[in-house]
Write a protein that binds this ligand. Structure first.
Ligand SMILES: [Zn+2]
Length: 311
């Protein structure tokens, strides 16, 4: 159905389209680099761009409260928040809030679709996701948020929670700024657990990956012990506050901003871009109709990722 409001937005959409295309290309770069570091047994993580951030506890890492040892920290690894001396990467005690069963069940998608892709899979072919047996905490840095932005994020989180069955817990506001080297474990700030998902309303000055036309980025960090299965442990989502404020100030409805947030949350949960333009995970958000069948089927599978008492 044509929406005159959307047609009017053509110039802005083309800007956003090129933006997201840039992000997709960068995601591909990150994936390739990540694979290279993994095969070398090194730690890799670079939360600059949407997509895959990796941490590997190392072959000798133990799923215990002792800090995991890990091999030589590469420059990329240090950027990912590993101590500059490359000695050890601290991990929190395992199993924080982890229950025996998933805390929720994803809604069955209304129709079948294979139009989805995962950012990462494990050896068993299943997607890398968050443990559904523990809540996924998040914090919001809303210092630069557009007026009335609160419901945008809350509503998007609710949608993703229903689609995945993942239970989200709002830990409230944070002053943590987005960082290209965000540590996945920040004991001083967040206690003895993996850092919560950071949702930051920010600027291209603060988050350089948003320079130019990019309107949002999102992704998660996964962790494994040696060659064991990977699971996401934390993530971040950066929203270009000036750009989205401009959108909202134009008197548009919030559908486009909501689509951006849902798209980035899709990356956070583990979805990769798809070639199908009818899906929200298509890299060009031109028709903000929300999650489509492929998106929902992908999120449904991510909601069945394994539980992880060992992380
Ligand atoms: Zn994207």
């Amino acid at each position: 159905m044509d929406d005159p409001g959307l047609r009017d937005r053509t110039p802005r959409h083309s800007r956003a389209r090129s933006a997201v295309r840039v992000v997709r290309n960068l995601a591909a770069v990150v994936l390739i680099a990540g694979a290279a570091f993994l095969s070398a047994g090194l730690v890799y993580g670079d939360p600059r761009f949407v997509g895959l951030f990796e941490f590997n506890g190392g072959a000798d890492a133990k799923p215990a409260s002792a800090p995991a040892s890990h091999p030589t920290a590469s420059p990329a690894g240090r950027k990912a928040g590993i101590p500059a001396d490359g000695s050890q990467m601290a991990v929190p005690p395992p199993g924080f809030e982890e229950q025996d069963q998933p805390l929720g069940q994803p809604q069955t998608p209304p129709s079948a679709s294979k139009s989805y892709k995962f950012l990462a899979t494990n050896a068993d072919g299943g997607p890398v996701g968050y443990s559904p047996c523990r809540p996924l905490h998040y914090v919001v840095n809303s210092a630069l948020a557009p007026k009335d932005a609160g419901p945008l994020v809350e509503n998007a989180i609710k949608t993703i929670s229903e689609a995945t069955g993942i239970r989200f817990v709002n830990d409230g506001p944070t002053t943590e700024a987005p960082s290209q080297s965000r540590a996945p474990y920040q004991k001083a700030r967040y206690g003895e657990r993996w850092a919560p998902l950071l949702i930051a309303w920010t600027t291209p000055e603060q988050a350089p990956q948003l320079k130019g036309a990019v309107i949002g980025t999102g992704g998660s960090t996964h962790f494994s012990f040696g060659d064991g299965p990977k699971s996401f442990v934390t993530g971040s989502l950066e929203l270009d506050a000036p750009q989205i404020t401009e959108d909202l100030d134009r008197g548009d409805n919030s559908a486009y901003a909501t689509a951006v947030i849902l798209h980035e949350l899709g990356h956070v949960m583990g979805l990769e871009h798809v070639e199908d333009p009818t899906q929200l995970m298509y890299p060009e958000i031109g028709a903000p109709d929300g999650l489509a069948a492929g998106d929902l089927n992908g999120l449904y599978e991510l909601g069945h990722a394994p539980c992880r008492k060992d992380l």
